[in-house]
Write a protein that binds this ligand. Sequence first.
Ligand code: SF4
Length: 133
Amino acid sequence: MYVTVEDIARLSAHLKITRAEFRRRYLCGAAGRLRFSKPRGKQCPFLLADGCSVHTVKPLQCSSFPYWPELLAKASERREAAQFCPGMNRGPLVNIKAAQKIAAQLQKAFPDLYDEDATDRVRTAVTGRGKVT
Ligand code: SF4
């Protein structure tokens, strides 16, 4: 998961540690492309047996799923994501305009990610409910 500076501020406050400590403990990557450190084969450090331990303050990339630009753009991507996300295609329908608004927030937060290779880089899914209409 990639994180914004707002995500870092919110998560570090929630965990009652400094932003620098949060960055040291949980992040890797360069400024503008900071993401959770996650050893290969491991889950997100905040995923516990009963779910996301930072649910109320989780990163934008998590909270915006499945309304990611690449998923809205391609039905095949949505079908693939739905294979591992039990929340997709369930629950009340979500208006496409509302979904696009969420996707636009993500694009604005991570302009570098939404080039032609975006789909491969941000494929990791988390949780989500609703269905794109
Ligand atoms: S929603 Fe999932 S990926 Fe995001 S912080 Fe929570 S456990 Fe981690």
